[in-house]
Design a protein around this ligand. Structure first.
Ligand SMILES: Nc1nc2c(ncn2[C@@H]2O[C@@H]3COP(=O)(O)O[C@H]4[C@@H](O)[C@H](n5cnc6c(=O)[nH]c(N)nc65)O[C@@H]4COP(=O)(O)O[C@H]3[C@H]2O)c(=O)[nH]1
Length: 788
């Protein structure tokens, strides 16, 4: 009997067949219904159809018609519900056999909606067709053979395979094939997504492995206890171990210096042991989620020590548990060497290779700290080459450099290797000697340094004689810390210079007193302006041709209520060092311009006003503006203002100086060179800077009458200045003899106590008037007929 005939005659029969299948599939449940409900009985018969196909006849024998129908429908709907709600494709197939009973194909008996979606055909198109016609399966293929085997043996089949057929909407399928009567129940699961994810993971794993293996730095992984679990080829190269020697056999600490590990462990916990803390020291930061990166010493297989940079990171599970560590390392030998080189460059003088200023300070601090701890003494020697600038200027910088190198070598050879020898400025060196026992030792060392530097140096065929002035200070005798030690040794060096150079001076009790006095004075000077303790005095300058007063030099005066009158030669250098000269100088400029203008007006004379400008003031950025402001506020004509600078100031920074002088000249102001003859200024500078006047230093004027050399200097200065059309003023004229000499030499102007001492603004008019009435009656000794 054909199924279609059955269907038309007894509609419930087809349902019953399906129900039978359902019974087989969900046998437990329906069997329970059968017995539990006790309403009917199920019988199944296998029917051969024309020898070509097999069908299943399932008969549900009811005890009552209503019960029978209800049971069938219930089983049917349960099957459909199960099959249709399945997330997979599901189908039933009956074997199609030939006469000899061989399976030729499998006919589609049932497919669920997911199969329709999967193959893109409707159920009505599929039902009754065979597997080989609706799928790319071949009856000759191996899969077909395995299907037949399921039918023959009853052993289920579970397979995954890629799909490349266009009409099947999956790239990977998993099939579960079970025997069902003389046919198959097949579940098709679309595992394309899972496969893609799996492939991605496989790719990722492959990529990660490739990165791991080919990384240009050493990677070692460990478990949480430090046991090495993997290492890449770079790690093999860096450590010298093969991975078989370490992986699963050794802890990461095997590659580290035990003392270094213990040292760092003890820094965290003083009772630390290597066993307990060794690995923890390496991973302390990583274990709390940080990227631990530190420099360590790696111990290679052959025992060689290599500095490495080690970055350790924890590997965590999705729940956040640390499951191990990854340590990435690279050799930093080159970097270390480079750093050492750069540090050396930064901390040492390039010319001489000696310690530089910053490092000297650190080393002095350390030395003093050690001396404090062990109760020893430290001596600091500040060594300054005498007249080095003059040598440098006359012989050139290359020769100057050679002298400095030779001096550095001589100094290094004169001290112990543990002493620090530093170059801290152009021609200034410092030696720090620890473990000094007596002051006698220090004196001997200082004398030795002076003597060692004294022999002539042969430079480019010249024999150059370079001497040095050495200042020494001893810790703890005269300084309680490194800063004061260096500062006081420096003061002692200046004292040595003042005493005549080429000698040493040890900082002493009297210098300490001077220092204390200086501090008192510094404190007082800070308040001098505010307390109106400063004033200007004026000293007349006369023409040696006409005998008339031509101008005045403004000179600062400081009268402190307790300290009394303080000389400018004391407080001006202090004001320079402390920078107080800037506000004081501004005040002096303004006061001198205003008072000078008032004196000119009161005397009704064409007088010039000379004002001193010190080196620190010259660096003042707004200096030109300060001068301009003083001129405009006072009403003094710029060409009546003479600015006095020392010759050394011209030689500091030529371009910078030239620019400032140029701007002053543009204002119309005149430039005088003060104390001429004491510095190293050549006449070419005077031309370059367009100087208006030279003031011969009083030391030459003083000796001119008695000392042939001084007289020659004065003569030369006057003659050369006149040749350059520069006026010459002699300062510090004290005697009639000096005045006669200057007159004979045709000096243009003179200034000095012989003519008139500096006086206050109030007294100045009186002094000038008295002088005008009686020019041959100077203050000190009256000399007549000198000045005309
Ligand atoms: N022995 C002797 N000395 C004489 C004679 N005639 C004048 N003097 C002194 O010689 C110094 C001349 O000033 P200077 O060389 O510019 O040297 C000045 C100058 O460099 C500086 N100074 C003075 N006032 C100022 C100022 O307002 N600003 C700046 N920056 N420096 C100033 O202080 C230095 C010293 O000033 P003073 O003590 O006033 O000393 C003055 C003056 O009083 C004399 O016949 N015999």
């Amino acid at each position: 009997m054909k199924a279609s005939a059955l269907d038309s005659q007894r509609p419930w029969v087809w349902k019953t067949i399906l129900s039978a299948v359902a019974v087989t599939l969900t046998v437990t449940q329906l069997w329970r219904v059968d017995h539990g409900a006790g309403v009917g009985k199920l019988s199944t018969i296998i029917i051969m159809m024309s020898g070509t196909s097999i069908a299943v006849w399932a008969l549900w024998r009811e005890y009552s018609r209503v019960g029978k129908m209800r049971g069938v429908e219930q089983a049917h709907s349960q099957f459909l519900a199960a099959a249709e709600t399945s997330l997979d494709g599901f189908g039933l197939f009956e074997s199609v056999r030939d006469e000899a009973g061989r399976i030729l194909d499998f006919r589609v008996l049932y497919v669920n909606a997911n199969i329709e979606r999967l193959v893109g055909q409707s159920r009505s198109e599929l039902l009754g067709k065979t597997l080989c016609t609706v799928t790319p399966m071949k009856a000759s293929g191996s899969l077909f053979g395995r299907f037949c085997r399921v039918v023959a043996t009853g052993e289920s089949l579970n397979e995954e395979f890629p799909v490349s057929t266009a009409n099947i909407k999956a790239s990977w399928l998993q099939i579960q094939v079970v025997k069902l009567g003389d046919g198959l129940a097949i579940t098709f699961s679309d595992i394309s997504g899972a496969k893609e994810t799996q492939e991605r993971y496989e790719h990722l794993a492959e990529f990660t492995d490739s990165v791991f293996q080919n990384a240009p730095f050493s990677i070692v992984t460990t478990d949480t206890q430090g046991m090495i679990t993997a290492m890449n080829s770079e790690a093999e190269k860096l450590t010298g171990y093969r991975r078989e020697e370490l992986v699963g056999k050794a802890s990461l600490t095997r590659l580290h210096d035990e003392r270094e590990l213990l040292g760092r462990a003890v820094a965290i916990d003083s009772a630390a042991t290597l066993e307990e803390y060794g690995f923890e020291v390496l991973t302390a930061g990583a274990a709390v989620g940080e990227m631990e990166e530190q420099e360590w010493t790696l111990i290679r297989r052959d025992g060689a020590r290599t500095p490495i940079n080690l970055a350790v990171r924890a590997v965590t599970t999705p729940s956040g548990q640390v499951s191990g560590f990854v340590s990435i390392a690279f050799d930093i030998t080159d970097r270390r060497q480079m750093m050492e080189y750069v540090t050396h460059l930064a901390t040492h003088d390039q010319l001489t290779g000696l310690t530089g200023r910053a490092l000297l300070q650190d080393k002095t601090v350390q030395t003093v700290e050690l001396a404090r701890r062990y109760g020893t003494k430290v001596a600091v020697f500040v060594i300054d080459l005498d007249h080095f600038k003059r040598i440098n200027d006359s012989l050139g910088h290359t020769a100057g450099d050679q002298i400095l190198i030779e001096a550095a070598q001589r100094l290094s050879r004169s001290v112990r290797s543990t002493d620090v020898v530093a170059r801290v400025g152009g021609d200034e060196f410092v030696v720090v000697m620890p473990d000094i026992t007596t002051v006698d030792d220090v004196e001997q060392c200082a004398a030795n340094l002076v003597a060692r530097l004294a022999p002539e140096i042969s430079i480019e065929g010249h024999l150059v004689h370079v001497t040095a002035s050495v200042g020494v200070c001893i810790y703890p005798d005269f300084a309680s810390d490194a800063k004061h030690l260096l500062k006081r040794a420096d003061s002692a060096m200046y004292a040595a210079k003042e005493n005549g150079r080429n000698q040493f001076q040890i900082f002493s009790e009297s210098m300490l007193k001077e220092t204390a006095e200086r501090l008192t004075m510094e404190h007082a000077l800070r308040h001098a302006l505010g307390n109106k303790e400063l004033s200007m005095h004026y000293q007349p300058q006369i023409s040696l041709t006409t005998g008339r007063v031509t101008g005045m030099e403004a000179l600062l005066r400081w009268t402190h209520p307790r300290l009394g009158s303080i000389s400018p030669s004391q407080f001006i250098p202090l004001a320079e060092e402390t920078g107080l000269i800037v506000p004081i100088g501004e005040w002096a400029f303004m006061t001198a311009c205003c008072e000078g203008k008032a004196l000119r007006d009161e005397l009704d004379m064409d007088l010039t006003v000379s004002i001193n400008l010190s080196p620190r003031q010259f660096q003042q950025k707004n200096l030109v503006h300060v001068i301009e402001h003083s001129l405009s506020k006072s009403g003094l004509s710029p060409d009546k203002l003479q600015i006095e600078i020392t010759e050394n100031m011209l030689m500091v920074n030529s371009e910078h100086v030239l620019d400032k002088l140029q701007r002053m000249r543009e204002l119309g102001v005149r430039i005088s060179i003060d104390d001429f003859g004491t510095g190293f200024c050549s006449f070419s500078y005077l031309l370059e800077y367009q100087v208006d006047r030279l003031k011969i230093d009083q030391s030459f004027v003083k000796k001119a009458g008695t000392d042939a050399n001084a007289a020659a200097v004065v003569r030369t200065i006057i003659a050369m200045s006149h040749g350059l059309n520069i006026k010459v003023v002699a300062e510090g004229v004290e005697t009639d003899e000096q005045m006669r000499f200057l007159l004979r030499r045709k000096c243009d102007e003179a200034q000095g106590n012989f003519i008139a001492k500096p006086v206050s603004q109030a007294e100045f008019c009186e002094v000038v008037r008295r002088y005008a009435n009686n020019p041959s009656a100077p203050e000190s000794e009256p000399v007549s007929g000198l000045v005309r």
